[in-house]
Design a protein around this ligand. Structure first.
Ligand SMILES: Cc1cc2nc3c(=O)[nH]c(=O)nc-3n(C[C@H](O)[C@H](O)[C@H](O)COP(=O)(O)O)c2cc1C
Length: 415
């Protein structure tokens, strides 16, 4: 277990809202180094190879550049995305609650690099311990010398605020988060314009996941090579997994990028529950794809997982055992998406319900071949038909289940 709690979840970062303890551990060297050479921050993040850990895997430096290059604007926003409402994902709440200084220091370095002056911590209102910790931590930073140095550099006071999410899964989508910040219902916006150009109140807005931001101070403190070497082989850095399902030790694990799926499940997850045999894992959460027994050797990094028609997504790993009906499980997930759809786009509003209805029909033994054909057709028609990626998530899990478990679908048909 040498890798457990290795960086972001290291016991010394899990100190709650105690700035002195955080600085005794890190010296805030990440932020100190950033202040010494602001112009190189984005290059360091680029060379480190940090990618968005909120689901997209998008190179972090590219989003930052798009904000940094916009000069002479009155305001720039950073939304630290801790919505985390997808079933099976529960890593960001721990980071918010137990490592608030890691997050705030990362956000301050981001502000230096991009010129962001308004930082919003966007988090689920249920997380009262996290909100309390963040409030105390923010106050501590606002009284620190480093805070004034950052504000001086960006030539205006850095502001921090905590904004409760609306408790909707869709509220985690970046433009829906912007609407929430503006006090509206989280209806995703059409893109373009992209948030980097036209975000909160029309100002450039950067949105990063909590885990992504938690990496920043460590990279600035320890350097590019240190970060890259945390991964195995050509995989870079670490990933936090929300591991759940039919395994002995469900929980949150920070592990090197590049460990195998088998090690994640067996070494860290403790293997399958007694008398249960591995069937599959919903990789990256329900809005993603499935890996099966033949994929247990896959290296868990962005590229290797993509080669298996899957994606790391948020790092949620929901393990299921033989005996779990795939049609029933996918129906439950798509039902969640149907209820989460904001209803703006007809294809998403009706498409998700239609898929859920067909799956339910098949699962309850009333499905016909034509229903299966309809599901296959929907996988072709629906992708990219909505203004956000919610519909894509519903289709991905359906399509992946059809790819891996077609015989199970066929056996459930009734004519
Ligand atoms: C329906 C939906 C829900 C999402 N929920 C979240 C979320 O809870 N947290 C998050 O960080 N990203 C979420 N995302 C992805 C964000 O739109 C965005 O890509 C992410 O916050 C960017 O951060 P990153 O580049 O650091 O990964 C969601 C996307 C969609 C389509």
């Amino acid at each position: 277990m040498e890798y457990l709690n290795q960086v972001l979840l290291h016991e010394k970062t899990r100190i709650g809202a105690d700035l002195e303890a955080w600085q005794a551990y890190t010296g805030s060297e990440g932020l100190e180094n950033a202040l010494k050479n602001v112009d190189s921050i984005i290059t360091i993040i680029k060379e480190a190879g940090l990618r968005g850990l909120g689901g997209s895997g998008f190179p972090t430096y590219r989003k930052w550049e798009a904000i940094a290059t916009q000069k002479n604007v009155k305001e720039k926003y950073l939304i630290c995305n801790g919505n985390e409402d997808e079933p099976g994902t529960f890593k960001d709440s721990i980071l918010l609650e137990e490592t608030p200084h890691q997050l705030i220091e990362g956000a301050m370095i981001t502000a230096l690099a991009t010129g962001v002056n308004r930082i919003i911590f966007y988090t689920n209102p249920d997380l009262s311990d996290a909100i309390t910790a963040m409030k105390i931590a923010i106050k501590q930073w606002e009284e620190s010398e480093l805070y004034f140095k950052v504000s001086d550099y960006i030539k205006q006071p850095l502001t921090f605020s905590i904004l409760p999410t609306s408790g909707h899964y869709i509220g985690g989508e970046e433009t829906a988060a912007i609407e929430t910040v503006e006090g509206k219902f989280p209806f995703p916006r059409r893109k373009p314009p992209f948030p980097a150009r036209y975000g909160v109140h029309g100002y450039p807005t950067l949105i990063n996941n909590i885990e992504t931001l938690c990496n920043i101070s460590h990279i600035l403190k320890n350097g590019v090579k240190w970060y890259q070497d945390l991964g195995i082989g050509s995989a870079l850095g670490t990933k936090i997994y929300s591991l759940s399902g039919d395994i002995l030790n469900p929980g949150v694990y920070e592990l090197p990028m590049g460990i195998s799926l088998s090690d994640l499940i067996n070494e860290y997850g403790g293997g399958m529950l007694v008398d249960k045999k591995f069937k599959a894992v919903f990789t990256g959460g329900p809005s993603n794809t499935i890996l099966t027994a033949k994929d247990l050797d896959v290296s868990l990094d962005f590229d290797s997982v993509a080669e298996r028609r899957s994606s790391l997504g948020t790092g949620a790993m929901i393990v299921i055992s033989e005996g779990t009906g795939i049609v029933k499980r996918v129906a439950e997930y798509v039902n969640f998406f149907a209820h989460s759809s904001c209803g703006q786009c007809p294809s998403c509003k009706t498409g998700t319900y239609y898929i859920a209805m067909l799956l339910n029909k098949i699962d309850t033994g009333q499905g016909r071949c034509s229903d299966l054909d309809a599901l296959i057709n929907l996988c072709e028609i629906l992708p990219n038909s909505g203004r956000c990626a919610l519909i894509n998530g519903a289709v991905k899990v359906l399509e992946s289940s059809l790819y891996h478990f077609m015989p199970e679908y066929e056996q459930s048909l009734n004519g």
